[in-house]
Design a protein around this ligand. Structure first.
Ligand SMILES: [Zn+2]
Length: 73
């Protein structure tokens, strides 16, 4: 099966890998709560889609947060 990491903000495909079987631990997903998993993991037939904010959107987020913080203080 294939695992796709895609950015939920800009829909960019960040990375993809092929795995023998779906293993949460191998994919580093065992650290997530059940709610988080439901939110970011989507399984479709043999494909697994995982939401992962890409670097560009992450930077944008930090930037917005930074501006926000400056305004508050
Ligand atoms: Zn993005």
């Amino acid at each position: 099966m294939k695992v796709f990491y895609r950015c939920p903000k800009c829909q960019k495909l960040i990375d993809f890998l092929e795995v023998e079987e779906y293993n949460e631990k191998a994919l580093g997903l065992n650290i997530l709560t059940e709610d988080e998993k439901e939110d970011i993991i989507e399984v479709e037939y043999d494909n697994i889609y995982i939401d992962l904010t890409c670097d560009e959107c992450l930077e944008e987020d930090n930037w917005v947060e930074m501006i926000h913080n400056v305004r508050i203080h």
